[in-house]
Design a protein around this ligand. Structure first.
Ligand SMILES: *[C@@H]1O[C@H](CO)[C@@H](O)[C@H](O)[C@H]1NC(C)=O
Ligand SMILES: *[C@@H]1O[C@H](CO)[C@@H](O)[C@H](O)[C@H]1NC(C)=O
Ligand SMILES: *[C@@H]1O[C@H](CO)[C@@H](O)[C@H](O)[C@H]1NC(C)=O
Length: 299
């Protein structure tokens, strides 16, 4: 009897040690309990305009009138430049959801018409973060992020129970090239680990958090400005976003940023930005949140 309970305790102890050593994910305090997109002034308001909640399973997506991408795009889990099963709503390419083998959320993509780009302000064809793909018969630029290790999306996936326990994702992987497995960059979950990278601290915006911008500096060229940013709160990654040097207005699920507000999240503002932004009539952004508890977005 005694020996049995000691054994049980020992097993519990070993299990705890293992789960802690798997990663510091176990320590995460800001739960990734949602996936919402598009900023609004009040994180408690969530509707079709702001903090738009996204379904996190295929089953839920279908209930909310999301559909699989058309053509042959979604016959296979491994696509030409993406991985996972993709769904959209009303053909809106502002938020194409990516699901894994088990129908659990595994990433997101934004896509816009190549023909909607005016002028030569930005090198869309050389910035590796952008891929080109025909979607619904239209040539599009895409930006893609995964929320679990891309190698697991089509091989293992995650169960509903894992989604509930681990949250919307176990990490953030930005696809920086044509190969989602080889080219995806894993983003540090903890702000303390970002010092080892080229991500530069920007400004903290209440309702968003501390923004980080890749390789940002005063003399950064506008033509290859990195099209994604990160948001940390309470020392943890709690969201991210897209920042595109183009004035796109194809969807109500994107945001337009004008020159006067740029310095509220970007520090320093590269010298080239105000002029380019004014000439374009604004840049396009989209904030994506894994948690929108106001207490977690306070700065
Ligand atoms: C979406 O695209 C399909 C073609 O794949 C087309 O038949 C349909 O009319 C489009 N729907 C909307 C809402 O634009
Ligand atoms: C993206 O890929 C390019 C080309 O491989 C590389 O030069 C660049 O450093 C990568 N960007 C990041 C953020 O790792
Ligand atoms: C985008 O802007 C153009 C010109 O400003 C306008 O004609 C068009 O209706 C807008 N499209 C959407 C979807 O808002």
């Amino acid at each position: 009897m005694m020996i049995q309970s000691i054994l049980v305790l020992l097993l519990i102890f070993i299990a705890n040690v293992q789960s802690l050593s798997i990663s510091d994910r176990a320590n995460r305090k800001i739960e990734w309990n949602t996936l919402k997109l598009r900023w609004g002034p009040d994180p408690l308001v969530s509707n079709d305009e702001v903090y738009i909640r996204q379904p996190r399973t295929v089953q839920q997506a279908l209930q909310e009138q999301y559909e699989q991408l058309p053509d042959t795009l979604e016959k296979q889990c491994i696509g030409e430049t993406t991985i996972g099963y993709r769904y959209w709503k009303d053909n809106d390419t502002a938020a194409i959801l990516i699901f894994d083998k088990q129908g659990t959320i595994a990433g997101i993509q934004i896509a816009f018409r190549r023909s909607s780009i005016k002028g030569n302000y930005y090198s869309f064809d050389t910035q590796k973060m952008f891929n080109v793909e025909m979607i619904n018969g239209i040539e599009m630029y895409t930006l893609t992020a995964y929320f679990i290790d891309p190698t697991l999306i089509c091989t293992v996936g995650r169960t509903l129970s894992q989604l509930e326990h681990e949250g919307t994702g176990t990490g953030l992987f930005l696809q920086n090239g044509t190969n989602p497995i080889k080219d995806s960059i894993e983003i540090p979950l903890w702000e303390k680990d970002i010092g080892k990278t080229k991500w530069v601290k920007g400004a903290c915006f209440k309702t968003m958090g501390i923004h980080y911008w890749y390789d940002n500096r005063l003399d950064k060229s506008c033509s290859d400005f990195f099209p994604s940013f990160l948001m940390y709160n309470k020392g943890q990654l709690s969201g991210f976003g897209w920042a595109i040097v183009a004035n796109l207005n194809f969807s109500r699920r994107i945001e337009r940023v004008l020159t006067p507000v740029i310095s509220t999240f970007l520090i320093p503002v590269p010298t080239c930005i105000p002029k380019v932004n004014d000439e374009l009539g604004g840049f396009t952004t989209q904030h994506l949140y894994f948690n929108t508890d106001p207490a977690n977005l306070e700065c």
